[in-house]
Design a protein around this ligand. Structure first.
Ligand code: PRP
Length: 185
Protein backbone atom coordinates (compact mmCIF):
# COMPACT_ATOMS: atom_id res chain seq x y z
CA UNK A 1 0.00 0.00 0.00
CA UNK A 2 1.26 3.45 -0.89
CA UNK A 3 1.43 5.76 2.14
CA UNK A 4 2.71 9.09 0.81
CA UNK A 5 1.00 11.42 -1.62
CA UNK A 6 2.87 12.09 -4.86
CA UNK A 7 4.25 15.47 -3.78
CA UNK A 8 5.44 14.16 -0.41
CA UNK A 9 8.52 12.12 0.36
CA UNK A 10 9.05 9.81 3.29
CA UNK A 11 12.51 8.76 4.45
CA UNK A 12 12.77 6.16 7.18
CA UNK A 13 14.51 7.50 10.29
CA UNK A 14 13.70 4.78 12.83
CA UNK A 15 12.53 1.31 11.88
CA UNK A 16 9.79 -0.49 13.73
CA UNK A 17 12.29 -3.11 14.97
CA UNK A 18 14.52 -0.43 16.54
CA UNK A 19 11.51 1.26 18.12
CA UNK A 20 10.34 -2.06 19.57
CA UNK A 21 13.79 -2.81 20.99
CA UNK A 22 14.09 0.59 22.61
CA UNK A 23 10.61 0.42 24.12
CA UNK A 24 11.44 -2.97 25.67
CA UNK A 25 14.50 -1.35 27.29
CA UNK A 26 12.47 1.60 28.55
CA UNK A 27 9.87 -0.79 29.98
CA UNK A 28 12.57 -2.73 31.81
CA UNK A 29 14.11 0.49 33.16
CA UNK A 30 10.74 1.77 34.42
CA UNK A 31 9.96 -1.64 35.97
CA UNK A 32 13.27 -1.50 37.86
CA UNK A 33 12.85 2.13 38.93
CA UNK A 34 9.37 1.56 40.38
CA UNK A 35 9.87 -2.00 41.69
CA UNK A 36 7.20 -2.86 44.27
CA UNK A 37 5.15 0.26 43.55
CA UNK A 38 1.96 0.96 41.70
CA UNK A 39 2.34 3.18 38.65
CA UNK A 40 -0.01 5.44 36.70
CA UNK A 41 0.74 6.40 33.09
CA UNK A 42 -0.70 9.59 31.58
CA UNK A 43 -0.70 9.62 27.77
CA UNK A 44 -0.93 12.84 25.80
CA UNK A 45 -3.46 12.52 22.96
CA UNK A 46 -3.26 11.87 20.22
CA UNK A 47 0.31 11.21 19.14
CA UNK A 48 1.47 9.34 22.24
CA UNK A 49 -1.35 6.79 22.16
CA UNK A 50 0.65 4.31 20.07
CA UNK A 51 3.82 4.66 22.16
CA UNK A 52 1.85 4.32 25.40
CA UNK A 53 0.04 1.20 24.25
CA UNK A 54 3.35 -0.52 23.44
CA UNK A 55 5.19 0.81 26.50
CA UNK A 56 2.57 -0.26 29.04
CA UNK A 57 2.86 -3.89 27.90
CA UNK A 58 6.60 -3.81 28.63
CA UNK A 59 6.11 -2.71 32.24
CA UNK A 60 5.93 -5.56 34.74
CA UNK A 61 4.15 -3.72 37.56
CA UNK A 62 0.64 -2.92 38.66
CA UNK A 63 -0.05 -0.10 36.24
CA UNK A 64 -3.07 2.02 35.32
CA UNK A 65 -3.49 4.62 32.62
CA UNK A 66 -5.34 7.78 31.73
CA UNK A 67 -5.21 10.28 28.89
CA UNK A 68 -5.02 14.03 28.69
CA UNK A 69 -5.27 16.22 25.58
CA UNK A 70 -4.01 19.68 24.74
CA UNK A 71 -4.11 21.89 21.72
CA UNK A 72 -1.68 24.55 20.60
CA UNK A 73 -2.84 27.77 19.07
CA UNK A 74 -1.19 28.65 15.79
CA UNK A 75 -0.43 25.13 14.53
CA UNK A 76 1.37 26.43 11.45
CA UNK A 77 3.62 28.64 13.49
CA UNK A 78 4.45 26.90 16.74
CA UNK A 79 6.55 29.82 17.90
CA UNK A 80 3.33 31.68 18.68
CA UNK A 81 1.89 28.53 20.26
CA UNK A 82 0.03 28.70 23.51
CA UNK A 83 -1.09 25.45 25.07
CA UNK A 84 -4.58 24.81 26.38
CA UNK A 85 -6.23 21.74 27.91
CA UNK A 86 -8.90 20.14 25.71
CA UNK A 87 -9.42 16.89 27.65
CA UNK A 88 -8.72 16.52 31.33
CA UNK A 89 -7.80 13.36 33.21
CA UNK A 90 -10.72 11.09 34.04
CA UNK A 91 -9.47 10.17 37.51
CA UNK A 92 -7.68 11.87 40.42
CA UNK A 93 -3.94 11.18 40.71
CA UNK A 94 -3.28 12.38 44.23
CA UNK A 95 -0.71 10.16 45.92
CA UNK A 96 0.14 8.17 42.79
CA UNK A 97 3.50 7.65 41.11
CA UNK A 98 2.84 9.06 37.63
CA UNK A 99 4.67 9.14 34.32
CA UNK A 100 3.65 11.60 31.63
CA UNK A 101 4.03 9.80 28.30
CA UNK A 102 4.72 11.86 25.17
CA UNK A 103 5.63 10.95 21.62
CA UNK A 104 7.88 13.92 20.93
CA UNK A 105 9.59 16.77 22.75
CA UNK A 106 10.16 19.74 20.47
CA UNK A 107 9.89 23.29 21.85
CA UNK A 108 9.07 21.90 25.30
CA UNK A 109 5.88 23.94 25.61
CA UNK A 110 3.48 20.99 25.83
CA UNK A 111 5.41 19.05 28.46
CA UNK A 112 6.20 22.17 30.53
CA UNK A 113 2.51 23.10 30.54
CA UNK A 114 1.38 19.57 31.43
CA UNK A 115 3.93 19.25 34.22
CA UNK A 116 2.40 22.35 35.79
CA UNK A 117 -1.16 21.06 35.38
CA UNK A 118 -0.34 17.60 36.73
CA UNK A 119 1.69 18.81 39.71
CA UNK A 120 -1.33 20.82 40.85
CA UNK A 121 -3.12 17.47 41.27
CA UNK A 122 -0.55 16.40 43.89
CA UNK A 123 0.75 13.09 42.54
CA UNK A 124 3.27 11.31 44.75
CA UNK A 125 5.81 11.68 41.96
CA UNK A 126 5.87 12.82 38.35
CA UNK A 127 8.32 11.66 35.72
CA UNK A 128 8.35 12.27 31.98
CA UNK A 129 8.88 9.70 29.23
CA UNK A 130 9.18 10.79 25.62
CA UNK A 131 9.82 8.49 22.70
CA UNK A 132 11.56 11.21 20.69
CA UNK A 133 13.52 14.28 21.72
CA UNK A 134 14.34 16.79 18.99
CA UNK A 135 17.68 18.50 18.93
CA UNK A 136 16.25 21.94 18.08
CA UNK A 137 16.20 24.90 20.47
CA UNK A 138 13.72 24.70 23.35
CA UNK A 139 11.35 27.47 24.29
CA UNK A 140 10.86 25.79 27.68
CA UNK A 141 13.56 23.86 29.50
CA UNK A 142 12.35 20.30 30.02
CA UNK A 143 14.40 17.31 31.21
CA UNK A 144 12.64 14.02 30.51
CA UNK A 145 13.50 11.08 32.74
CA UNK A 146 13.14 8.56 29.90
CA UNK A 147 14.04 9.30 26.28
CA UNK A 148 13.66 6.77 23.50
CA UNK A 149 15.70 8.50 20.81
CA UNK A 150 17.39 11.85 20.27
CA UNK A 151 16.58 12.91 16.72
CA UNK A 152 17.64 15.73 14.40
CA UNK A 153 15.50 18.83 14.00
CA UNK A 154 13.35 17.51 11.15
CA UNK A 155 9.63 16.96 10.70
CA UNK A 156 8.82 13.36 11.54
CA UNK A 157 5.68 11.30 11.06
CA UNK A 158 4.56 7.76 11.79
CA UNK A 159 4.10 5.63 14.88
CA UNK A 160 1.45 8.07 16.17
CA UNK A 161 2.93 11.27 14.76
CA UNK A 162 0.92 13.02 12.06
CA UNK A 163 0.99 15.57 9.31
CA UNK A 164 -2.52 17.04 9.04
CA UNK A 165 -3.81 13.88 10.80
CA UNK A 166 -2.18 11.56 8.25
CA UNK A 167 0.65 9.04 8.67
CA UNK A 168 -0.09 8.14 12.31
CA UNK A 169 -0.46 4.51 11.20
CA UNK A 170 3.06 4.10 9.75
CA UNK A 171 5.02 1.41 11.57
CA UNK A 172 8.33 3.24 11.12
CA UNK A 173 9.16 6.82 12.06
CA UNK A 174 9.93 8.79 8.90
CA UNK A 175 11.14 12.23 7.94
CA UNK A 176 8.51 13.96 5.81
CA UNK A 177 9.69 16.21 3.03
CA UNK A 178 7.36 18.45 1.05
CA UNK A 179 8.50 20.06 -2.18
CA UNK A 180 9.93 23.37 -1.01
CA UNK A 181 7.81 23.22 2.11
CA UNK A 182 8.96 24.41 5.50
CA UNK A 183 7.58 22.19 8.20
CA UNK A 184 7.90 22.56 11.92
CA UNK A 185 6.54 20.60 14.83
C1 PRP B 1 2.82 17.22 19.20
C2 PRP B 1 3.39 16.15 20.09
C3 PRP B 1 3.60 16.86 21.42
C4 PRP B 1 3.90 18.28 20.99
C5 PRP B 1 5.37 18.52 21.13
O1 PRP B 1 1.45 17.29 19.40
O2 PRP B 1 2.48 15.06 20.22
O3 PRP B 1 2.43 16.82 22.22
O4 PRP B 1 3.49 18.41 19.63
O5 PRP B 1 5.71 19.82 20.76
P1 PRP B 1 6.28 20.93 21.74
O6 PRP B 1 7.40 20.31 22.53
O7 PRP B 1 6.77 21.97 20.77
O8 PRP B 1 5.17 21.44 22.61
P2 PRP B 1 0.41 17.86 18.36
O9 PRP B 1 0.03 19.26 18.76
O10 PRP B 1 0.93 17.66 16.97
O11 PRP B 1 -0.88 16.96 18.63
P3 PRP B 1 -1.16 15.41 18.39
O12 PRP B 1 -0.37 14.63 19.42
O13 PRP B 1 -2.63 15.26 18.59
O14 PRP B 1 -0.72 15.07 16.98
Amino acid sequence: MKAARDSEELRILLRRSAIERRIRQLGRQITTDFRGQRLHLIGVLKGASIFLSDLIREIRLEVSLDFIAVSSYGQSNRSSGQVRLTKDLDNPIEGLHTILVEDILDTGRTIAYLQRVIRQRRPRSLRVATLLSKSGPRVKEVRPDYIGFEIPNEFVVGYGLDFAERYRNLRDICVLQLPGGELSR
